[in-house]
Design a protein. Structure first.
Length: 269
């Protein structure tokens, strides 16, 4: 067998492995109501849905924002769906908003839920510009230099919702230019929903988990992992370690997974 034939065979085997892994998640996840979900919300029923072409969030019709962003339409629809689950007993957190495209949609979504009245979305980022991957997504004249502060760009896009959010600038762990920033801290308040988009490595995930998990409540806290499905990329890249992270936590129960995008959501057991 030639080198080219071996390479093609390897690609085919990786694709087959991916299909098998996807099938295993779909077939092993229960159907219907999530048993033991502890939130009291008469307006919403939490149900399992894994890569379903009839997923309940696909009926959502969110507005469109003309701004840079890295989230798919299905992920936006999912944010509008999961916000309906909010019961009001805990806080809602977003880690890693970049310019705030997801933040705008999260505020839109939660603002429709009366349980969120008088609440704020807690938004965390180090707001450090990393030219290697951020430059291709933003070419305006005010683009920061490598390791510059881009919080002002986030605040410009988020101008209309600044009263609805609490913004924190800090680091979860040392990474690529944020070494001089303060360590993120969390007040002693229970967390109902946390949206995680702050890195794919074990180091990044362990860092945010160590900060916030002490305020997770079993059978109630919902963890939305924005980059979880990136482990499906072929060939696999070393830093796509979100699957490894969640596998280290058997009390994370997979309940939702989109088809188009990176989101998978877990109930903390």
């Amino acid at each position: 067998m030639s080198e080219k034939q071996l390479a093609n065979l390897s690609i085919q085997m990786e694709r087959l492995q991916l299909l098998i892994e996807d099938f295993q998640r779909i077939s092993s996840t229960p159907k219907g109501k999530v048993i033991g979900w502890g939130n009291e919300n008469e307006q919403f029923q939490l149900e399992y849905s894994i890569m379903d072409k009839f997923a309940p969030w696909l009926s959502e019709n969110p507005k469109v924002y003309d701004m840079p962003g890295m989230i798919s339409r299905e992920e936006i629809q999912y944010y509008h769906y999961i916000a309906k689950s909010y019961s009001g007993w805990g806080e809602v957190i977003e880690l890693g908003p970049w310019f705030g495209h997801s933040t705008l949609h999260l505020v839109d979504a939660f603002s429709k839920n009366q349980k969120f009245d008088n609440k704020k979305l807690h938004v965390f980022d180090d707001f450090v510009w990393r030219s290697s991957w951020m430059d291709p997504h933003y070419a305006d004249a005010d683009r920061p230099n490598n390791h510059g502060d881009f919080k002002f760009i986030f605040e410009r896009y988020a101008a209309n919702i600044l009263n609805n959010i609490q913004v924190y600038q800090g680091k979860f762990t040392n990474f690529d230019g944020n070494e001089n920033l303060p360590q993120v801290k969390w007040v002693d308040k229970n967390i109902e929903i946390i949206i995680v988009d702050c890195g794919r490595t074990l180091d990044a995930n362990n860092a945010w988990f160590n900060i916030f998990s002490k305020n997770f409540v079993p059978n109630k806290t919902i963890i939305v992992m924005q980059d979880w499905r990136q482990h499906r990329e072929r060939p696999r890249l070393w830093y796509n370690q979100t699957l490894d992270f969640t596998m280290q936590h058997p009390n994370f129960e997979l309940i939702h997974e989109v088809q188009n995008g990176g989101i998978a959501t877990f109930l903390y057991r």
